[in-house]
Design a protein. Sequence first.
Length: 307
Amino acid sequence: MAEPELGLRFQRRFLAARQLRSFPWAELEQNLRTSPDSSLLVDILHKTILHPLCVKYPPSTKYRRCFLTELIKKHESAAAEPLDELYDALADILNEKESTHCYKSYLLPTGESVTLSESVAIISGGTTGLVTWDAALHLAEWATENSTVFSNRTVLELGSGIGFTGIAICKTCNPKTYVFSDYHPCVLKQLTENIRLNGFVLEPETTPHIQTEPQGQEAEATNCQKPKLTVAELDWGSVTEKQLLDLQPDVIVAADVVYDPEIILALIGMLQKLSTFRAGRKPPEVYIAFTIRNPDTYHLFQAELGR
């Protein structure tokens, strides 16, 4: 494998900031033993830790520290000449303070990226909605491969969390309207910030404090934005008829919302209501991605759908 290609593989895996063990460490070590040249490590360093996206929106301090430590171990095991850039980068990170939030960036097939501000803890502020779960990644991947499902249509996302799936769909599938929704106030706040972070402007009535002069990624995408984006506070158990009549989605998506029996009953009720209030039009298409954690919960979801 050519060295630049290996560097790009590290870049794609690093930017998603998932797990260190998923990296091709053995392959890297083999390359270094065959050719103990520092150019490959410099290439990897600049495609990961020193990548402009990571410099502007850094992943967690712990993650970058562990990554660099492992990279230095591989470098030293190859008996190569010391590389000052590696140690300088590690020294900079060791001087950083740990934060409760970090950034994660995901590269889309189009070459664009989705950057999110996330909590470093799985549970934060009394909710699990401040991190991106695997089902959201799978749903977004499926959506980009089936973009015609969403093209020029009104899409409602239930339980948007901090926004990965919806932002990815808006960047790749050209929906006419996209409605992000959730209920927890902390999640709604972070969701709104992440939508803006990725260059989208929300409808004024949903974001009264929106900046008048977007900066950075926002400024780059404002002029080319196509979908109309809104954020809705939706409580599935007490949603009103007026709220449902205002939504009128052609497509409904949801990721990792099937994990509790009580939530399942509320979700099914919500889908029934959304199918009813369609003013004579056909019911919306529904796409739900979730991880099976408890077989009983999964079977309950199947049974309620059957009813």
